[in-house]
Ligand binder design. Structure first.
Ligand code: PEP
Ligand code: MG
Length: 324
């Protein structure tokens, strides 16, 4: 598994029957790295870089970003770090970005959608990330991708940045470029995207929100059970199959992966890389230990045929009963 290779990579967690699962950490600041690793994370599966850009009047400069990204990589000490390129706009406005007011921010200019209007900001982040990649195995991930052209656009910009760094005498190592799968259109065009992306990571928080047309922050319309609804499971199965078909690694970095109860389904669907909040790392590792892959596959096959989330819940409860 080349994107994860490197000295000091964690051993992963194992199910009872020896199936290896990597449990990585989600962080929003460089300071959280030690918390995730201290809890037993095999690396950083999602570094949300937004925090560095929010609540200030001007964006962080290139050197400040190199410091922050370099710190995470140094602390990870050879374990893989996946840095997500800026995911703002929509509900996370930046004071220094002249974004127009939008009636539906979650359906508006979020993530990759405004990069073309803010090329300098994105270029600076790419320069900082490539410079920091000298400190360890780094991967870059694009948020809110819906179409292949968006991935191509970022890759072209990354190559331009790499060439300009090379002209300055810096020769950054090759950095895999992947995408978040969090828009249903991307999930349903997975193989085309997967052929061009170096890796995929499923953002279930947004994917479920867009699948159910239910604002993730509005408890009046969003139900926790949307995560294990058969519609969600079928979309996840499609993603896992598509990634396998094109031979690309796929992980889950949405909150869904943090729920021990849902692990049998994620394993049964074929997800072996999970990225969770630092506070959930230990519980997820513990919950993996008694699982048996064959049983997870069987449970998932039945869950995929269910009609309601309640039926899936029934199957999960039954599987958890001692002696079953
Ligand atoms: C997601 O959408 O599942 C995700 C991991 O990204 P965020 O929660 O930052 O939108
Ligand atoms: Mg998201």
């Amino acid at each position: 598994p080349a994107p994860w290779a490197g000295a000091g990579v964690g051993a992963g967690a194992r199910t009872r029957d020896g199936h290896e699962v990597r449990v990585l950490g989600n962080i929003s600041t460089a300071e959280e790295t030690s918390r995730a690793l201290g809890a037993g994370a095999d690396g950083i599966g999602l570094f949300r870089t937004e925090m560095l850009f929010l609540h200030r009047s001007a964006p962080p400069g290139e050197d400040e970003q190199v410091q922050a990204y370099g710190r995470v990589l140094r602390e990870a000490a050879g374990r893989p770090v996946t840095l997500r390129l800026l995911d703002v706009g929509g509900d996370k406005p930046l004071a220094y970005l002249p974004l127009l007011p939008e009636a539906n921010p979650f359906l508006g200019r979020r993530g990759v959608r405004w990069y073309a209007d803010q090329v300098d900001l994105v270029r600076t982040q790419l320069r900082a990330a490539l410079r920091a990649s000298a400190h360890g195995p780094l991967r870059l991930m694009i948020p809110m991708v819906a179409e292949v052209e968006e991935l191509r656009w970022v890759r072209a910009l990354m190559e331009e940045v790499r060439a300009s760094l090379a002209a300055e005498g810096l020769n950054p190592p090759d950095v895999p470029l992947g995408i978040m799968v969090e828009v249903p259109a991307a999930a349903l065009n997975l193989e085309a995207l997967g052929r061009e992306a170096d890796f995929l990571s499923v953002g279930t928080n947004d994917l479920v929100q867009y699948l159910f047309a239910a604002d993730r922050g509005d408890v009046g319309v969003t139900k926790a059970s949307h995560e294990w609804h058969p519609a969600t499971l079928r979309l996840l199965a499609h993603i896992a199959q598509g990634a396998r078909a094109v031979g690309k690694p796929v992980s889950i970095c949405g909150e869904m992966a943090s729920r021990p109860k849902l692990l049998p389904l994620l394993l049964g669907l074929g997800f072996d890389d999970l990225s969770v909040a630092p506070s959930a790392v230990a519980a997820v590792r513990t919950a993996l230990a008694p699982l048996d892959l064959e049983a997870c596959l069987d449970l998932t096959r039945r869950a995929l045929r269910a009609a309601t989330a309640a039926e899936v819940e029934g199957l999960l409860d039954e599987a958890l009963r001692p002696g079953v």
